[in-house]
Structure formats: C-alpha cells, structure tokens
Ligand binder design. Structure first.
Ligand SMILES: Nc1ncnc2c1ncn2[C@@H]1O[C@H](COP(=O)(O)OP(=O)(O)OP(=O)(O)O)[C@@H](O)[C@H]1O
Ligand SMILES: [Mg+2]
Length: 232
C-alpha cells in the first residue's frame, strides 16, 4: 500500500481536537491523532508536550474534557466503564510509560492476566504468556515479581502482556526508554514485526528519532497541539 493510500484510508482509531487538563495544567489543547488498520504511527515532541496524555485519551484510559475519540466507528464516550475496560483488554494492547505490572504477581501471571480476566483456559493462558515472554527474551523472568526486576526487564514483561491478547491496536509509550541500545532495538523490532504479522496498528510514543523513523507516519506535538504531520 502506498503512503498516499495509507493516509487516505479510513482511520481505525481517531482522536480529534482533544482537550485535557490536570488542575491548572492544560496538557492537551486540541491535539489530534489517528491510525489506520495496520498503520504504524509515531508520536513525538518535547517532554511535557502531551504525548502520554494523548495516548491515554486515545486508548480510552483518560476521558478528555472535549474532543472525540472513535474506534472502529464507535464513539468511546458512548461506552460505559465496563465496556471501555473490555475494549482495552481485548482490542487494545497498552505499554505504559511507568509502573503497570501488578506487583504481587509473577511475570507469567502478569502476562496471562488479560486472558484470565477474559475467562480463557488457564493452561492455555499460561502457555501463551510463556511464549510471549520467550519472544521478548524474558522467559527466565517467568517466576520473578516486578520488585525483583530491572526497569528494562519489567518493560519487556509489560510488552509481552500488551501483546498476549492479540490486540488490533498496540499503544506503546516509550517502549524502549528503559532499555540499552541493543535491547531497545530488539524490542522495537518485536513490536514492528508483531504489528506487521497481525496487521495490528501501532502507536509509538518516542523521543528517539530512530524509532520514529521506523513508523509510516509521525505526529509531532508541541504544547498540547499538533505541530505538523510528516509522512516519512
Ligand atoms: N496525572 C497528571 N497530573 C498532573 N499533571 C499531569 C498529569 N499527567 C500529565 N500532566 C502534565 O501534563 C503535561 C503533559 O504531560 P504528558 O505526560 O502527556 O507529556 P509527555 O509529552 O508524555 O512528556 P514526557 O516526554 O516527559 O513523557 C505536562 O505538563 C505534565 O506535567
Ligand atoms: Mg510521556
């Protein structure tokens, strides 16, 4: 598919004119992002420009004060909390910037959790968890708890958990932030490969120009607004 066809294709996920404040901080002041099915989009911009907030609004974790988020033609605002969390569990895979693993659970239990919550067979859920941990070079961590892992190790476990349910949209906030260059490249490659293999969309928040260069399209934020859209 050519880039012009891509940008012309209908968005699977579309967040338009999003405003979100925290107290007196206007984190987003009308920012927008969209991603088509199978498209890989990078969100970049300086620290504090609203990247994580936009990702969380698009993923239905935060409710914006104004603006519209639609997924597969459905307005997220029309969904109740239970429907939103089911959507996040089944259709979205989220890799957040900070602590997201359940501290009391082992890596294998953390990764299996989305499947277990969806009442999948227990043995099959753990088998899937193990194979994702293996793909992220984290199989030796299966029985470790988050408190026993380095930042980079928990990041790889969190990525395994985001991928285990076969999401249609993968959101990754600085997925290589806690990793050294070699591991960062390896993990990025896994995310790109999985997105391509499963025709999932991938929304990557990053400071890293090399990571952004792997995307089909870059969305640049500055002070809570879109600075420009560049096809790469
Ligand atoms: N939960 C929160 N409570 C208060 N302020 C917040 C919260 N989350 C974000 N902010 C503020 O909103 C603005 C945008 O934050 P956001 O985390 O989206 O930026 P970012 O682009 O992801 O930055 P970074 O690159 O450092 O991760 C910042 O001024 C931040 O301090
Ligand atoms: Mg952030």
């Amino acid at each position: 598919m050519s880039l012009s066809e891509r940008s012309g294709s209908a968005a699977l996920l579309d967040a338009q004119a999003i405003r979100k404040s925290f107290g007196r901080t206007d984190a987003l002041q009308g920012a927008s992002m969209s991603v088509a099915a199978g498209e890989i989009v990078a969100i970049t911009g300086p620290s504090g420009s609203g990247k994580s907030t936009l990702l969380l609004c698009a993923a239905g974790v935060l409710r914006p004060e104004s603006g519209r988020v639609t997924y597969d033609g459905q307005l997220l605002d029309d969904l109740g909390e239970a429907e939103r969390s089911r959507l996040r569990r089944r259709d979205f895979g989220l890799v957040l910037q900070f602590g997201q693993l359940v501290p009391e659970l082992t890596a294998a239990q953390n990764v299996a959790l989305p499947l277990l919550l969806d009442r999948h067979d227990k043995a099959a859920s753990f088998a899937a968890a193990r194979s994702w941990l293996e793909r992220l070079d984290a199989d030796e961590l299966a029985d470790a708890r988050p408190g026993e892992m380095s930042g980079g190790e928990s990041q790889r476990v969190a990525i395994a958990r985001a991928l285990v349910s076969g999401p249609r949209v993968i959101f990754a906030d600085e997925p290589t932030g806690a990793l050294d260059t070699v591991n960062g490249e390896r993990v990025l490659q896994v995310l790109l490969d999985v997105a391509r293999e499963t025709a999932a969309s991938l929304v990557l928040v990053t400071h890293d120009n090399r990571v952004a260069a792997s995307a089909d399209r870059e969305i640049v934020l500055r002070d809570g607004c879109n600075e420009q859209r560049v096809d790469v």
